[in-house]
Unconditional design. Structure first.
Lengths: 360, 310
């Protein structure tokens, strides 16, 4: 097992810069998820850690050892690919054993590890099959098995669940989480799916344009997003964003009555206020406004309503599944400013220094 | 009355069949004419002629199996031609395939100017079919040719490669090796079809390059290797123009370049033993068929098809 230290890591292809000045400490034994939109550099970063891509700038260290010039095979890590990358001409058993045979490991030890991995992943009955005879989920298990048998210091996962259907993805997500609990090995996991990130990670790294937007536990990212990008990226349904003008310590938002702001310690005259759909209520609240229901999405345990305010802005409201509103209904929505996230004109989070007492 | 003998149902079916398919057959006619007149006709004619004595002046005379009997029991040049041809096939096919695979793997490394290199490397194969290259080859390996001149710079006394019966065949093997273009292109396409992920996974697992080649590249390339092997073997058995030119059409020196096809050509168009030449042609066809059959029969033990159904 090992931690990782990334210092000023950069990646460029000619003039095109993919990753710039990235610093990150990955703790020994944590499940770190790299998440971000397409093209944010998350897969490239993972491949640089794996040794499949050169590191243009900075250093990557596994444990205390800088591995920039170490070939992939010497980094003592395993990787699970999005495509599974199973050898199509080999049986499952041979796929699992192939990597071990490179190290001239005694056959008894190879057999023991293969059997152990097969047992953990419940693929014992598939050992003689070829990959083409396996379902997507089974292939995924074999790919994970091939990573496990190496008993590496570090596991890398490159969007391993994105080729699976929704139901299987949820199941494999749980299995990966329990595998992590069982092995306790450092895992670095790349995904574009924030739900995967939220459900599995010890810590999440949100990347955009080759830069880190925020690093934190799922709870930290959800409750204290450091900037508008993270606020919008993490959380489903998506957070509501309201443009506000500051006037006499009051927030003026189109379609809402003006309400008092807490002490924010900023002189910016334009702020963005964010509120999770679950914090907006139908009917009551310290701040209320009228609106019209534009769309109702019934999800069983919750109902998601898109409410158009008089300004034309649409607010997402999540309510318990028992309400029954129809499209076109006029409703009153309300929220408590205490639940708002405040962002300055540059899109950075500002924390109220005093959160209570100003609203009567 | 034919209508009486065929039921109305069948008659209407045939009418519909003709109505539906007539345009197709109309379009196929030129090809069908060519096939029957220029291919199938002569093939069947040669089968008949192989049982005759025919000098192109007098009418063919039926001799039964006499041509075949003579060939296998008394014709020493026939056996010599087989020896030369088999030796050539055994050397030239592997040499060309190894060369082709080697160059394809170099090109597969992702050179920026790959298109250019592909064209350049394919060039010898385009030229190779031409008589000019065979003539050039004769000049290169002549006693006073370029090869010996180059060897001379290093103080090596080169042999008379082509006129020496011990080395003449090998000059043709080298020529075959040089004409690696078309199998190389097919190998290149095959290599491009192997997912890069597999090599990356192998790399991370610490698989040495040679093991990646033998355990990943070769097995996954097996269908392409098999295709090239069959095609190149057939082609090698049929080698004619280069051997004909370099040996001045005789198979000289000392019959060392007496390729099967050269012998066949001489029997047919030099000595006008058309019946015997036809018999030779049929024996070659059967030899090629046997080799192809062996290839296909053994292929199931070493050729893995990705999309095979079980």
């Amino acid at each position: 097992m090992a931690g990782l230290t990334l210092r000023n890591v950069g990646k460029r292809y000619g003039a095109l810069s993919i990753i710039q000045g990235l610093n990150l400490d990955i703790h020994d034994g944590e499940f770190l998820v790299l998440v971000g939109p397409s093209g944010c550099g998350k897969s490239t970063l993972l491949r640089m850690i794996a040794g499949l891509e050169d590191i243009s700038e900075g250093t990557v260290a596994i444990g205390n050892k800088i591995v920039n010039d170490l070939p992939a095979s010497k980094r003592e890590l395993s990787m699970v690919f999005q495509s599974y990358a199973l050898y199509p001409h080999m049986s499952v058993a041979k796929n699992l054993a192939f990597g071990l045979q490179n190290f001239k490991m005694p056959k008894a030890e190879v057999d023991r590890r293969v059997a152990e991995a097969a047992r953990i992943l419940q693929i014992e009955k598939l050992m003689d099959r070829k990959p083409r005879q396996l379902s997507g989920g089974q292939k995924q298990r074999v790919a994970i098995g091939r990573a496990i048998v190496r008993e590496p210091k570090l596991f890398l996962f490159d969007e391993p669940l994105s080729n699976l259907d929704a139901e299987l993805r949820v199941q494999m997500r749980a299995e990966l989480a329990s595998l992590y609990t069982r092995l306790g090995t450092t895992m670095i996991y790349v995904t574009h799916d924030q739900v995967e990130a939220m459900t599995m990670a010890s810590r999440i790294v949100v990347l955009r344009g080759g830069k880190i937007e925020q690093v934190g536990t799922p709870q930290e990212l959800y409750e204290k997003p450091q900037n508008l990008f993270v606020a919008g990226f993490i959380g489903s349904p998506k957070i509501n964003m309201l443009k506000a003008k500051v006037s006499n310590n009051e927030a003026v938002v189109d379609g809402l009555p003006a309400f008092a702001l807490p002490v924010l310690g900023t002189t910016d005259q334009e702020l963005t206020l964010c509120i999770r759909p679950g914090s907006v209520r139908i009917g009551s609240g310290k701040v209320t406004a009228g609106g019209t229901i534009k769309l109702v999405e019934y999800l069983g345990n919750e109902t998601l309503m898109h409410v158009t305010l008089s300004s034309g802005q649409v607010l997402l409201v999540s309510d318990s599944g028992k309400v029954s509103y129809r499209i076109g209904d006029s409703v009153t929505i309300g929220f408590d400013p205490f639940d708002l996230h405040y962002f300055n004109a540059a899109g950075q989070r500002i924390e109220p220094t005093e959160n209570e007492g100003r609203i009567q | 009355m034919w209508r009486g003998s065929i039921s109305p149902l069948k008659a209407s079916f045939m009418r519909r069949f003709i109505a539906r398919n007539a345009p197709a057959y109309a379009f196929l006619t030129p090809w069908l004419l060519g096939f029957f007149l220029l291919a199938l006709g002569p093939i069947l004619a040669s089968l008949y002629l192989s049982f005759t004595r025919y000098d192109m002046v007098n009418a063919p005379r039926w001799v039964g199996l006499a041509n075949y009997e003579y060939m296998f029991t008394r014709d020493r040049r026939f056996w010599k031609a087989l020896e030369v041809t088999f030796t050539y096939v055994a050397l030239a096919v592997p040499a060309r395939l190894i060369m082709a695979l080697g160059v394809a793997m170099l090109l597969d490394k992702g050179l920026r100017t790959i298109g250019l290199y592909r064209a350049i490397f394919y060039l010898p194969s385009l030229l190779g079919a031409s008589i000019a290259i065979a003539i050039l080859w004769r000049q290169l390996f002549a006693a006073d040719g370029v090869v010996n001149a180059v060897l001379g710079y290093f103080g090596i006394q080169g042999a008379a490669w082509i006129t020496n019966p011990d080395t003449s065949l090998y000059t043709l093997v080298v020529l075959a090796m040089w004409q690696f273009g078309s199998p190389m292109l097919i190998f290149l396409a095959g290599l491009r079809g192997i997912p890069k992920d597999l090599y990356e996974a192998a790399e991370i697992d610490g698989t040495p390059k040679w093991r990646q080649f033998t355990r990943i590249t070769l097995p996954l390339l097996a269908p392409v290797i098999f295709f090239n092997l069959v095609l190149q073997t057939i082609e090698a058995f049929k080698t004619f123009s280069s051997a004909f030119i370099i040996s001045n059409g005789t198979g000289a020196p000392a019959d060392s370049l007496l390729f099967y096809t050269v012998y066949l050509f001489n029997e047919a168009f030099k000595f006008f033993r058309m019946g015997y030449a036809s018999a030779l042609a049929w024996v070659l066809l059967i030899i090629i068929a046997i080799f192809t059959a062996i290839s296909f029969l053994t292929s199931k033990y070493w050729v893995h098809y990705e999309n095979e159904r079980d």
